[in-house]
Write a protein that binds this ligand. Structure first.
Ligand SMILES: Cc1cc2nc3c(=O)[nH]c(=O)nc-3n(C[C@H](O)[C@H](O)[C@H](O)COP(=O)(O)O)c2cc1C
Length: 356
């Protein structure tokens, strides 16, 4: 199938400007990597969510990823690793160890998000990769939720790519982020892609389920699209069957909600100010709103998770979930997205007519 060329595909050497989001969910290491390996094989690029990784789980990951991409020689491993800033901040030594293992394994890119001191970790990656035996300096991707953050990332930190995450997105994100369409438009206006000063490629993230939506962001000027939730509806996903079934059943504007309720239910505290998360709107949210005490909610959530009762489980999901109708292998999701993207771009081209 036809390749789609953008500044992102040139940067990464890929054929399809579709990126699997870094999604930390504390899953078994190799389950977490299966999705990313298949996204890369499908022509896109996969970021493994390493927010809760340990040195041991990283080593297991790399054994698996290396065996998935044999004979790379000195070329970087065609996957990225995503870290969460505030979790790195908790313990400097262990953070550096995790980043260094990732760098030594010659990954193509590192993604950073959700921290008040992201620059510190960018500097560490740059210094450490200059000293390491790695043959390649990982590209730096930073996820932002406002135009101000994008300007700092581009102009001060000189990152290689910016992920513009809008309010529709699943999982954690900016509590006051605008829609993805508005955010990407604002960032493109502030960082013109064809201006005199070189600007990093801008990737749109949040709420996408189809290749046609990806095409819309490319037409707007984005260099690529990041999808997270879509890859949770796959057999490779670490989500439990009950969570996947809940994603399939989710419909309508109220199906998901941005809230801190889901973090409260899993006692996950420490997120930076103004970050909350989007997930399926369920009985957890009702109980928080009704003022049920947090210990009770946490106990109910734990019991429901063990029992596979999705009505009281944390199920992160973006607003695009309403358009997701099928659980199928990542490979097939990539074929569908790629085909739909190419078809939509061809259709858009037909909108142009020569003046007669
Ligand atoms: C289960 C889940 C876990 C996520 N974990 C992370 C993470 O570890 N780091 C991060 O930067 N973003 C994380 N995100 C947000 C994604 O990077 C991305 O912005 C989002 O998935 C895009 O929206 P979509 O899910 O609607 O496609 C997560 C999203 C989900 C759904």
């Amino acid at each position: 199938m036809q390749a789609v060329k953008t500044s992102l595909t040139r940067l990464l050497g890929i054929r399809v400007p579709i990126v699997c989001a870094a999604m930390a969910n504390g899953a078994n290491a190799q389950t977490a990597c299966h999705i990313q390996v298949e996204v890369t094989r499908g022509g896109g690029f996969g970021f493994v969510g390493a927010g809760f990784s340990t040195p041991e789980s990283l080593r297991q990951d790399f054994d698996f990823i290396r065996s998935s991409f044999p004979d790379r020689g000195n070329k970087p491993l065609p996957v990225g690793y995503g870290f969460i800033g505030w979790l790195l901040d908790k313990n400097e030594d262990s953070a550096k160890q995790l980043l260094d293992i990732t760098i030594e394994n010659n990954v193509q890119a590192i993604w950073l998000a959700f921290g008040t001191d992201i620059h510190r970790w960018i500097q560490h990656v740059r210094t450490s990769s200059a000293n390491a035996r790695a043959h390649h300096k990982p590209l730096i991707f930073v996820q932002v939720t406002s135009v101000e953050e994008a300007l700092v990332a581009a102009n001060e930190w000189k990152v290689d790519a910016i992920v513009a995450q809008g309010t529709e997105s699943g999982g954690h994100g900016g509590a006051s982020a605008p829609s993805t369409f508005t955010l990407v438009s604002e960032i493109l206006a502030a960082l013109p892609q064809d201006g005199a000063a070189p600007a990093p490629p801008i990737l749109a993230a949040g709420g996408m389920a189809t290749g046609a939506q990806v095409a819309a962001y490319l037409s707007l000027g984005a260099a690529g699209a990041v999808l997270g939730t879509r890859f949770l509806l796959t057999p490779e996903s670490a989500y439990k069957p009950a969570q996947r079934a809940a994603l399939l059943a989710a419909r309508g504007p109220g199906a998901t909600v941005r809230t801190m309720a889901l973090d409260t239910a899993r006692a996950s505290f420490g997120w930076p100010p103004n970050i909350d998360g989007r997930g399926l709107n369920n009985k957890i949210v009702d109980d928080i709103e009704a003022g049920v005490d947090h210990a009770t909610i946490q106990a109910r959530c734990k019991a429901a998770t063990e029992a596979g009762d999705s009505s009281y489980m944390v199920v992160w999901a973006g607003q695009g979930v309403s358009l997701m109708n099928e659980i199928k292998p990542v490979k097939d999701v990539m074929v569908e997205l790629h085909t739909d993207l190419v078809r939509q771009l061809q259709k858009s081209r037909r909108l142009l007519q020569e003046d007669s």
